[in-house]
Design a protein around this ligand. Structure first.
Ligand code: IMP
Length: 432
């Protein structure tokens, strides 16, 4: 079976760990959107790996890692990541595939990202400054440069000249020379060439040959360009729809969808976060959860679990089940609130509003559950969890509308509770 693993909140839910955990069940792990704005952290034997562009399956020998056409690829970042992995002893040879239709992030995109943020002033998005938005803008405006274009140096030179000239018209305080951009890209193209493939065809042939695929989402549903808290979103479809367009597959290739959620909520960058905690409790969650961006180091905003958001993600993605992460961060709390609805202009809302102005007026409606004093860090059996931790999970399941099939209690692969009966009940046939 092919399984999608994606973020059901605002990113940073712990997708990297869950993908790494489930990878042995699959032959291929495929990224379908985003770029090196992602930072998927995986710990193996206490060694920390942060994967940005390369799918988190790379740490398992023999698994093919695919970067789909929906991803925006900064060649410099990709090559640096490959070199870093190789230096840590991870064998990447012949295991990475890049779609010829993926668009490139080039140095001028980073400048345009910074400029766009500066111009927005108070309304800035709080992007990762990696050039993600401007690269997707070029794609939609039909002036982007794709990985496949690297095979034609004459056409490439012309496209870079035009795009750098456009950059220079916009960014007026510095002038970029197109030549070094082109020359560097020609050198990078040499190294990239062996990995470039028609990804749709490769995946289709793999499926016909009985190989299974894990689809790895980056960012999260609430950062999706269409279904997130627009305009405070990333520029791609992080939700399930991105899989078909971002890899060239039909919907029936997706046999199950697992949504990753933290036992609380975080967000990095600007934009609404209804359950945000700004005082001591926010700091407590940030410190015990080590909530600092894997890519930019920025402190993450923290808040209680928001079931309105979780239900919305269930609906947008057709989630079969949740993978609940960082439960141990809540250890020792007296009580734990869960947001079950919003109160907005005198009305109670149980569905996530589309309109940002309305969302800004929403106050969370909380119910409080008793916390647990025993530690859950590293617990590997559901029945070994404190009673109140099990009650908390049961309530999250009720208010979210789907069961939690996996519960993560620490950063190592093995610090995980796999609920086999739950996986089976929702038809996720994984031999865990
Ligand atoms: P961009 O993707 O760099 O354009 O940033 C747009 C928004 O998405 C900002 O709020 C970022 O903080 C957020 N964002 C982008 N990538 C991630 C991620 O991997 N985790 C969490 N937030 C992200």
């Amino acid at each position: 079976m092919n399984l999608a693993i994606l973020g059901a909140q605002w990113g940073d839910e712990g997708k990297g760990k869950i993908v790494d955990l489930l990878t042995p069940q699959f032959s291929i792990v495929a990224r379908y959107q985003g770029g090196h704005n992602a930072g998927h952290t995986v710990y193996v034997n206490r060694k920390k790996f942060i994967l940005r562009l390369i799918p988190s399956g790379i740490l398992h020998p023999g698994v093919t890692c695919v970067i789909g056409n929906g991803v925006v690829v900064d060649p410099q970042a990709l090559l640096a990541e490959i070199d870093e992995l190789a230096a840590s002893g991870v064998d990447v040879d012949g295991r990475v595939v890049v779609s010829d239709k993926a668009h490139l992030i080039l140095p001028y995109h980073r400048d345009l990202d910074l400029l766009s943020e500066a111009r927005r002033g108070e309304r800035k998005i709080g992007t990762t400054s990696r050039g993600i938005g401007p690269a997707y803008e070029d794609k939609i405006a039909r002036r982007g440069i794709r990985v496949g274009d690297l095979a034609d140096p004459i056409g490439l030179e012309e496209a870079i000249r035009v795009n750098v000239a456009a950059r220079n018209r916009v960014v007026q305080d510095t002038t970029m020379d197109w030549r070094p951009v082109f020359e560097q890209l020609v050198r990078q193209a040499e190294r990239l060439r062996p990995w470039v493939r028609d990804v749709s065809l490769l995946l289709d042939q793999a499926m016909r040959g009985g190989r299974s695929i894990l689809f790895e989402g980056a960012q999260g549903t609430l950062l999706d360009i269409d279904h997130g808290t627009y305009p405070y979103v990333t520029s791609s479809n992080a939700s399930v729809g991105g899989i078909c367009t971002g890899l060239g597959l039909g919907p029936r290739a997706i046999h199950g969808v697992l949504g990753v959620v933290k036992a609380y909520t975080t967000r990095v960058g600007e934009g609404p976060l209804p359950t945000e905690l700004t005082g001591a409790m926010g700091n407590r969650l940030r410190d015990s959860g080590n909530e600092y961006g894997a890519v930019t180091g920025r402190p993450r905003r923290c808040g209680w679990f928001d079931a309105v958001v979780a239900r919305y993600s269930v609906r947008i993605n057709g989630l079969d089940a949740l993978a609940l992460t960082k439960l141990d961060v809540l250890d020792g709390l007296e009580t734990i609130p869960i947001c079950t609805a919003y109160r907005c202009s005198g009305r109670t809302l149980t569905e996530f509003p589309s309109d940002l102005a309305q969302l800004a007026k929403c106050e969370p409606v909380y119910e409080s559950l008793p916390g647990w004093q025993a530690g859950t860090a590293g617990v590997r059996r559901f029945d070994a969890l404190p009673d109140n931790a099990r009650r908390y999970i049961a309530r999250l399941e009720e208010v979210s509308g789907v069961p939690a099939a996996i519960v993560s209690t620490g950063s190592e692969r093995d610090d995980t509770i796999v609920r086999r009966d739950t996986l089976q009940a929702v038809n996720l046939r994984l031999a865990l």
